[in-house]
Each structure stands twice: as C-alpha cells, then as structure tokens.
Design a protein around this ligand. Structure first.
Ligand SMILES: [Zn+2]
Length: 301
C-alpha cells in the first residue's frame, strides 16, 4: 500500500500546501480520500491522471475537502472516452444530491455536458480518443455512508468511523483502510481526544490526523473539540497505538522552522512512535519495509 499526500493544507490559500487530499494505491486500485482545491494538480504532479483513479472517499463536505471533485469526475469522464467504468464515490449525505446538482441535466455542468455529448466537434474529439457514439454523460456511482458502514473493495476494506468536527451541520467521517500490507486511518478534520476516532484508528500502521494548531491557543472549547491541536493529536495516536502519526492540515503560522520542531518534540513526549510532519507529495509505503519517498514531480504535463 502506497500513500501519497496530495494536499496537507487548510482552507487558506497556499502554493506550498494544497487543500486536503490523499491517494492510496493498492494493486490496480487508486483511491483518493478527499479532493480539495489543488489536490488534483498534485495528483497530476505525482504522475497520475484522473483516469487512473478508481474510488473516491469524502470525509465531509467542507469545500477544502471536495472542491476538486468536479474536476476529477469531468476530466476522468472526458479523457476516459467511455473506456473506463464510472468512478465509485463514498461520502456523507447529501453527496448524492450534490453529485446530481453538479452533473445532472439541470446541474452546474449540465449545459457543458449537453454540448459535449451533442455537438459534432466534441464527438470528433471523443471518437479520436477511441470512444464510440452515442456518448454517455458521467454518472458516478455514489454511495452515501455513515459511521459503522463497511465498504469491501476486494483487496481492501474501508471502515467508516465518526470524526469530531462540525456536527450537526455536516456529517464528518474518519476512514480506516485495511489491506494485506497493513492498515491506515485518515481522520479528515477532527479534534479533541475522541474515543470514536481512537477506536477506528486502533493499531493502524499509519494515522493521518488533522493537526491544525498549537494546543493551548484555541479560542473556545468547541474549537478544540473540532480542530486538531498538536497535543490532543499525539494523545489520540498514543491511545490508538499506531506506529506512525502523520500531522497534516497544518496552519501556516505553526508551519515555521523552530515552531514546527517544538510542536513535534512536544507531541513526541506523548506519542512514542514515528511522527511525520506532512508535506505535499510525500509518499509513505506500508508493508515492504515501509519506505518514505517523495513523488517525482511529473514534467510530462
Ligand atoms: Zn479541512
């Protein structure tokens, strides 16, 4: 199992850190978990393209976690030229309604799609890509899931847990993925020391946890309960007994030389496993000796 960090940032615009996105490769399956703004660009930089992606999971429907969903579906459909199956998509409600509102006949992209399946010019391009008319519109297979749901993917299994974030406005998920090589858990956005998150992450090789801010600087108890502070994140990792903690979704003002090292050292007082400060395009292999690499930025684009 190879994990590539596509986006380790926050909603704040950044050229260094794209918004939330992760890619997990297991055999021929390429799974993305969250696909926030610029995560798709990082996917291209990692050498993949939309047509390689087989499954998409969304933890919650904050825009910094799914704004590139439209791009993923449209480019996959357009370049795929009807030769690949529909994307399998999992997430909280109202993901099915949003998907219809994006790609349905009356949706945001409805006029574009009507032109692309109707105009001869677009059909010429489609046929040059190997497609056969009549051309179909994209229709992702959306499955709305909830904490407790289990998705069997053949070579992998995803278990849905509950994050501690902005409920009840948004349903917020943690995803745990188990495969022959090991297990990883991605919290999406989550704060505090949540028993539900600890339970979901129990014994994982890799835990990717939102580590948004420096503990002790939170403006309210609600902020602490919904956003990862570095000490709470370390406590979650300790109690879950994971091997590696990846601290991600980091605010710019803690992402500075000196501050960063201090926070990692303080977290290491609590959690004795390996700690990784996330970086876009960092790759973590689970199984096979567990290497750390960096995706070579693809220049063929
Ligand atoms: Zn977020």
């Amino acid at each position: 199992m190879k994990i590539t960090i596509l986006g380790s940032g926050t909603p704040a615009p950044s050229l260094k850190r794209a918004c939330s996105g992760y890619m997990i490769e297991i055999g021929n399956d390429v799974i993305v978990m969250d696909h926030g703004p610029d995560a798709h660009r990082r996917l291209l930089e990692s050498g993949k393209r939309a047509t390689d992606v087989t499954h998409a999971f969304f933890t919650h429907l904050h825009y910094d976690h799914f704004l590139d969903y439209g791009r993923l579906v449209l480019q996959r459909w357009d370049m795929g030229a009807d030769k690949i199956g529909e994307l399998d998509v999992y997430g909280p409600p109202p993901l099915a309604r949003i998907t219809e509102q994006l790609f349905g006949d009356d949706g945001v992209y409805g006029p574009d799609l009507a032109a692309r399946v109707g105009h001869r010019l677009s059909l010429d391009i489609f046929e040059l890509r190997g497609g056969e008319t009549p051309r179909r519109k994209p229709s992702p297979n959306v499955m709305e899931v909830a904490p407790g749901s289990v998705i069997e993917g053949g070579a992998w299994r995803v278990t849905v847990g509950e994050a501690s974030h902005v409920q009840p406005y948004l349903q917020c998920h943690v995803y745990r993925l188990d495969c022959a090589a090991g297990a990883m858990c991605y919290t999406g956005d989550s704060g505090g020391v949540s028993d539900a998150v600890i339970e979901t992450a129990k014994g994982c090789d890799v835990l990717i946890h939102m580590a948004h801010y420096e503990s002790g600087t939170e403006p309210s108890p609600e902020y602490r309960a919904g956003c990862g502070g570095h000490l709470d994140v370390a406590e979650v990792a300790r109690r879950a007994g994971v091997r590696t903690l990846v601290m991600s979704h980091v605010l710019e003002h803690i992402d500075r030389p000196g501050t960063r090292e201090r926070l990692i050292n303080e977290a290491a007082e609590i959690f004795k496993g390996e700690i990784i400060w996330a970086e876009d395009l960092l790759q973590i292999t689970v199984g096979d000796g567990g290497q750390r690499t960096r995706a070579q930025k693809s220049s063929e684009w």
